[in-house]
Design a protein around this ligand. Structure first.
Ligand code: NAD
Length: 305
């Protein structure tokens, strides 16, 4: 199927028993990958005996002629997930950090356990699985990693302070891994999807289930994980067929310091409109570019401009 084949590649998808992860796993299976289908979840089967959702996805991949095995461990134990890939297929090429849950609550009602659990599954879980795969990818000089962020992390969302913190944490995590991994052929990209799934159905606009399908998220994830894709360190927002790349913007800013005079809070107040004016905004690509901007400002101060 298609030009973007994954024959011989080993792909681990976390939380692949339902929603977005299931969509990715089935597609990678169709495109020739060996797929590790991870999920801790189960479903009621017939008269009530639980069936592991990962098994159902593995069966579907095999029915389509593909190759897959299940793993039922929580993403907190990343070494067990990666071991399943190594034991069955001998290597790990692609990790899609996708597993997730919600514990929504306004901040004043939020309990510390709800904060900790969300950070444990999303941020620590993605750390744990990525950490277990990293050195194998380094050694083989190849890897593709996806982090799953959220518009809630980028923009904030009422009642999701725990989830927002974890999801934006993943963007920072990916940004640094993209720098550290590139010389070993490891590319790390982040998606911020919106789709109708079990996780999101309560907050989706009524009637949007046919417009916001997991099938609209899958194509970007598959492309980002392909050999032919050179993208690294990108953040993409996507839903319903629209895909956009995001970046930070910064105002031109205002230099408030002068030689021979203390810089004060009143200076900040007086110059607030210049500090926050986006009319001449730009966008930096690295911390080194920020250092250059800071150096230029200091040079101007020293020159008395
Ligand atoms: P979903 O509930 O349909 O699927 C998530 C799967 O993860 C479930 O099958 C669940 O059993 C599994 N899971 C939960 N905790 C796990 C753990 N500790 N270890 C292994 N598996 C675990 O949800 P979805 O909408 O497909 O979400 C997938 C990812 O996308 C999540 O990270 C979610 O935060 C993110 N996301 C989704 C949306 C959306 O609109 N659906 C928006 C932004 C971000």
């Amino acid at each position: 199927m298609g030009d973007l084949r994954f024959d011989g590649k080993v792909v681990l998808v976390t939380g692949a028993g339902a929603g977005l992860g299931r969509e990715y796993a089935i597609e990678f299976g169709k495109r020739g990958a060996h797929v590790v289908v991870n999920d801790i979840g189960s479903t009621q089967n017939g008269v009530g005996s639980p069936t592991k959702v990962a098994d159902l996805v593995v069966e579907e991949i095999r029915r389509n002629g593909g190759s897959a095995v299940a793993n039922y461990d929580s993403v907190e134990f990343g070494d067990k997930l990666v071991k399943t890939a190594l034991d069955n297929f001998g290597k790990i090429d692609v990790v899609i950090n996708n597993a997730g849950i919600l514990r929504d609550q306004t901040f004043s009602r939020m309990k510390e356990q709800e904060w900790d659990l969300i950070l444990k599954v999303h941020l620590k879980g993605s750390f744990s699985v990525t950490k277990a795969a990293w050195d194998h990818m380094k050694k083989q000089g190849y890897g593709r990693i996806i982090m799953t962020s959220s518009p809630a992390g980028i923009y904030g969302n009422f009642g999701q302070s725990n989830y927002s913190a974890a999801k934006l944490g993943l963007v920072g995590f990916a940004n640094t891994l993209a720098l550290e991994g590139v010389k070993y052929g490891i590319h790390v990209n982040t998606i911020a999807p919106t789709a109708w799934t079990k996780l999101s159905e309560k907050v989706m606009p009524p009637g949007s289930e046919k417009e916001l399908l997991p099938a609209h998220i899958m194509p970007l994830v598959v492309y980002l994980c392909h050999d032919s894709c050179t993208e690294n360190g990108g953040l993409f927002e996507l839903a319903g067929g629209l895909i956009s790349k995001l970046r930070w913007q910064r105002t031109k800013g205002a230099v408030l310091r002068e030689i021979g005079r203390e810089m004060t809070p009143e200076d900040v107040k007086e110059n607030w409109s210049a500090v926050t004016d986006f009319s001449e905004a730009d966008s930096l690509n690295s911390i080194d570019e920020l250092s250059i901007k800071i150096g230029e400002a200091i040079a101007r101060i020293r020159a008395g401009d």
